[in-house]
Design a protein around this ligand. Structure first.
Ligand code: GDP
Ligand code: IMO
Ligand code: MG
Length: 440
């Protein structure tokens, strides 16, 4: 069967922790979109692993696949594998030949465009990894795919066209000196060598067939979504989004596993018990002005600093319209709610139940970002809960959670129409209250 993990909010909901937890029963863990903009954390017995491109199942020694919907930077992939080896892991990573390659000039474009947008409301606050420009080239049919790295003539032909085009834009539109990132000979030499390494290490796959065969043989596939629903390029708050589809539909398009298979499995929405956001864009429930101290408290306690860029994350109260939107777009069959330990001991606890927009009450997210930015939250006050010995709570199970915390979770279940399978009470693998695994 399959289990698909999807971020229900703005990324960093703690997806890595659940992929690790539920990875035990998976045979293969599959990333279906995004690239090294992701920062997924797994903590096992106090040891912390930060994963950007290598699927989080590697901590348990599971095979990881980077599907065709991913954008892959071979430089960072090999660096990450090396770092994980130094930590004692032996990552088995397979890369779809149909996945697109992030080339050095994509990062130059990412940063150039962000600088250009600096003083406009178009600024995204990207991770600077070249994600958007690579997907642009994919859609523009001028990209380079992983499979193209194996044939130097094909690679050179692609690059000769694309690099000339990029160089002209960089120099004539942005007025920069195009450096070594735009040197076709250098690029061919470096990236053909990555192709050779990928092949020599038996890392290349036709992902759809590889996964089809595993599924046919009764294997368990765990899809590891990166980013989150509200930064999905279609369903997020455009243009303050990433350039791929983290929502569950992405799992099928981005892996080559059919929608019947993904839809017959479980789709679990990962929810952070409050909100965090890195980068630009509206956040109707953001803690600002007289709530800044509270935001600082949560940021410090929850370690809310970007895994990839180290930026402090913006903090807000839980936004239920955002979650209804996510549950509907991805057909959640279950939920995992993380970080309830971070909310413990607060003096107040608010949840946005609905929005007020132009004199109307709305329970879902409006389609334009301008409207979303104008939404005023209608808050509901919830009872707070106190600090606990969370590891003991995790061991004892759901009924050991404070009653106020269970009320909060049960409100979410009823609003989203999906049961809570797991509750995160700390970063460690063992600090999860599990009611049910999605494999059951
Ligand atoms: P991801 O991108 O969705 O995988 O999430 P990140 O790894 O970027 O951010 C989540 C952070 O919270 C990481 O530092 C995790 O170790 C940590 N974390 C995950 N679940 C919990 C939880 O339930 N409680 C606490 N306190 N931390 C958690
Ligand atoms: P994980 O998988 C949170 C945000 C960036 C920026 C926008 C576009 O760890 O949850 P990009 O570099 O993708 O073009 O940036 O998306 N962003 C994330 N925010 N978690 C992530 O990944 C993110 N990946 C990208 O901050 O606002
Ligand atoms: Mg993250």
């Amino acid at each position: 069967m399959t289990v698909t993990i999807v971020g229900a909010q703005l990324g960093d909901e703690g997806k890595g922790a659940l992929v690790d937890r539920w990875g035990e029963e998976a045979d293969t863990v599959v990333r279906y979109q995004g690239g090294d903009n992701a920062g997924h954390t797994v903590v096992e017995g106090g040891e912390e692993y930060k994963l950007s491109l290598v699927p989080s199942g590697c901590v348990r020694g599971k095979t990881g696949v980077l599907g065709n919907g991913c954008v892959v930077n071979p430089r960072t992939l090999f660096d990450e594998i090396e770092t994980l080896r130094e930590k004692g892991l032996d990552p088995d990573v397979r890369v779809a030949k149909r996945a697109h390659v992030i080339l050095p000039y994509h990062r130059v474009f990412d940063n150039m465009e962000e600088t250009d947008k600096e003083d406009t409301d178009m600024k995204v606050g990207t991770t600077g990894r070249g994600i958007g420009p690579t997907y642009e080239d994919k859609a523009g049919r001028r990209g380079v795919r992983i499979g193209d790295l194996l044939d130097t003539d094909v690679l050179r032909n692609r690059l000769e066209y694309t690099v000339a085009n990029k160089r002209a834009i960089a120099e004539e539109v942005y007025g920069i000196d195009a450096g070594v990132e735009f040197d076709v000979d250098e690029l061919v030499a470096e990236f053909a060598e990555y192709g050779r390494r990928l092949q020599e290490n038996d890392m290349l796959v036709e992902a759809g067939d590889f996964l089809y065969e595993q599924h046919e043989a009764g294997g368990n596939l765990l899809f590891e979504g990166a980013q989150g629903t509200s930064i999905d390029i279609d369903h997020g708050n455009y243009p303050n989004v990433t350039s791929s589809n983290p929502t569950a539909g992405g799992a099928t398009v981005g892996s080559g596993v059919g929608p019947g298979v993904v839809g017959a499995g479980e789709i679990v929405g990962i929810v952070k018990a409050y909100l965090s956001r890195v980068g630009e864009g509206p956040l109707p429930t953001e803690m600002e002005d007289d709530e800044e101290d509270l935001a600082d408290e949560i940021r410090e306690k929850g370690g809310e600093f970007g895994t990839v860029t180290g930026r402090p994350r913006r903090i807000g109260w839980l936004d239920v319209p955002m979650l209804r939107h996510a549950a509907r777009r991805s057909s959640f069959t279950g939920l995992a709610v993380n970080h309830v330990d971070v909310l413990a001991g607060l003096e107040e606890l608010q949840v946005c139940h609905s929005y007020e927009l132009d004199g109307e009450t709305r329970e879902t997210v409006p389609a334009t970002t301008e409207e979303w930015a104008r939404c005023e939250p209608n808050f509901r006050e919830f009872e707070t809960w106190s600090e606990q010995d969370w590891s003991a709570v995790a061991e004892e199970g759901y009924d050991a959670l404070p009653a106020a915390c269970r009320d909060y979770l049960e409100y979410l279940e009823s609003e989203l129409g999906a049961p809570v399978y797991a509750v995160g009470v700390g970063p460690d693998r063992d600090q999860t209250v599990e009611r049910q695994t999605p494999w059951e």
